[in-house]
Design a protein around this ligand. Structure first.
Ligand code: AMP
Length: 302
């Protein structure tokens, strides 16, 4: 089953209570693709970087089976750059810098070989670009999942509301669900967001897990208690990559299977936060992922 992911491929500078990085590789689509690569092999990426982006990292993505024919490299331009600082409890963070650079006028070109993709993951990016990608696909994918963040609610709310009418699943965090709906109660917020287009909503709650909600059902996945949490950056994207990767590998879009997909996404996110940046996502294997999923079962079975 083919999966197309879009989103930022970026440089990040991160500060957590445990340390600080200079520019390292990040970006929503980077985390999504690496995470999904453990579930499905037919994986295509659409994104844009500047001339400053290291060719070795693109080769690394390729070595994970990620097709980068749709990754544009803009001569003489700089890659998207984001810098953030986490609060002491690691749940909240402040964005210090967002430099759009190549993202400011990104025109996503879909290679012919990517057409007919069955699963589309619209990672965090300009809502207008997310919509353009949907419009440029000859056939609507079987499943469209969209992730976004408060930044786009602040600067492009109308565009975001328009693209929401075209997606199946929305993943946002609890604060973003409140901001988007104007409701402080999470269930009321969810109900309102479900009238905006998506049939299914996933509300991520950081270390406290994730809620999966549609008009008829609710499911709560806990966060796995971890001894080492170094850097939560990319956890949401890694979750999304695991979620849609699992759905693409099983081909079953029932609510019951989405529950399993949420647990697989949560397992992937738990690996992500244990090291800085994408480091921990580079050397996993199927057995390690299965063992993590088993830990989730053990945690909630009684
Ligand atoms: P997450 O921690 O899951 O929210 O994802 C963090 C990643 O999102 C980082 O690697 C950033 O490069 C990327 N990012 C930060 N701000 C934005 C933005 N406004 N649009 C798209 N990607 C962003």
């Amino acid at each position: 089953m083919s999966l197309l992911s879009i989103g930022t491929v970026a440089f990040d500078a991160i500060e957590t209570p445990f340390g600080k990085t200079d520019k390292i590789i990040g970006g929503a689509a980077t985390y999504i693709s690496l995470s999904a690569s453990y579930f499905t092999q037919n994986l295509n990426l659409v994104a844009v970087v500047g001339e400053d982006f290291p060719a070795e990292y693109i080769a690394l993505l390729n070595s994970k089976g990620i097709n980068t024919d749709g990754l544009q490299i803009k001569k003489g331009e700089k890659s998207f750059f984001w810098s953030g600082k986490y609060h002491n409890d690691m749940n909240g963070r402040d964005t210090l810098i967002t430099e759009l650079n190549v993202l400011a006028d990104f025109d996503p070109i879909i290679p012919a070989s990517y057409q007919n993709c069955e699963y589309l993951m619209l990672g965090n990016l300009t809502p207008m670009v997310q919509e353009t990608v949907i419009n440029r696909l000859a056939k609507r994918p079987k499943l469209v999942v969209l992730d976004t963040m408060n930044f786009w609610m602040d600067v492009a709310l109308e565009d975001l509301k328009r693209v929401l009418t075209k997606v199946d699943v929305l993943t946002i965090n609890d604060e973003e669900a409140r901001q988007l709906s104007g409701e402080s109660n999470l269930l009321k917020a969810a109900r309102k967001v479900l009238t905006m287009g998506p049939k299914t909503l996933i509300i991520k709650k950081g270390e406290h897990g994730a809620l999966l909600i549609n008009d008829n059902d609710k499911f709560y996945a806990p966060g796995l208690p971890l001894e080492e949490v170094f850097d939560p950056t990319g956890a949401g994207d890694t979750f999304a990559g695991g979620f849609i990767g699992y759905l693409a590998s099983t081909g079953d879009l029932s609510f019951e299977n989405m529950k399993r997909a949420v647990i697989h996404g949560s397992a992937m996110a738990s690996f992500c936060v244990e090291k800085f940046g994408t480091e921990n996502l580079l050397n996993l294997n199927k057995q390690m992922i299965a063992d993590r999923v088993a830990e989730f079962s053990k945690l909630v079975n009684f």
